[in-house]
Design a protein around this ligand. Sequence first.
Ligand SMILES: Cc1cc2nc3c(=O)[nH]c(=O)nc-3n(C[C@H](O)[C@H](O)[C@H](O)COP(=O)(O)OP(=O)(O)OC[C@H]3O[C@@H](n4cnc5c(N)ncnc54)[C@H](O)[C@@H]3O)c2cc1C
Length: 183
Amino acid sequence: MFIHEMTIDECSGALKEMCLGRLACAQDNQPYVVPINFAFDDTYIYGFTTLGQKIEWTRSNPLVCFEVDRVVSHNEWMSIVVFGRYEELSDKPEFENARIRAHAYLQKRAMWWEPACISQEHREQPHSLTPIFFRIHIDKITGHRATFDKSHAGSKSLITEFGNIRCSLDHESLDSEQTGARQ
Ligand SMILES: Cc1cc2nc3c(=O)[nH]c(=O)nc-3n(C[C@H](O)[C@H](O)[C@H](O)COP(=O)(O)OP(=O)(O)OC[C@H]3O[C@@H](n4cnc5c(N)ncnc54)[C@H](O)[C@@H]3O)c2cc1C
């Protein structure tokens, strides 16, 4: 198996195709992660929810991590990790355009609102059913893609080859190793 670093364009393309991710937040050094549906417009990750633990936590600490992945087989998969900041799109006038945009992107998927509303049912104490649109500002994004063989790499760099003896996650050492091999 070969693991390749995805370019920003590859990461963006994959985020636009996918609709299920994992949102991680943290409070008092305790991480919390839940699956959510999302949409991506090339700049922001949009989501829709109702009040609950993840919103209470992200309101108090807006630093979040977001992950998506697609697994075809053990040797063929991709995953993207986003470091970013949660921002609630409240009904204040300054967020009106952003809310319209979030809604426009999210509603491309049928029943996009359902998980956020149905998740009320298991709660011991019912929270507000007020709809909450939010977006994630992306500070950093990385993507890794595994292929069965090197020829399907597509993207610029080979990171790691598992299954053989060589295994390096360090680009510089890999570069110098390759340069050395050519000398
Ligand atoms: C495929 C899929 C898509 C989803 N899409 C959305 C979406 O777009 N928007 C949305 O709001 N929700 C979505 N959900 C539900 C989401 O994962 C959360 O369960 C939900 O949002 C409630 O989260 P909360 O932090 O408000 O939890 P609360 O209702 O406050 O729950 C409190 C406790 O319940 C437990 N809990 C909460 N969620 C889960 C979970 N998923 N699995 C196991 N335990 C849990 C935790 O222990 C947590 O401490 C989706 C779920 C799935 C499986």
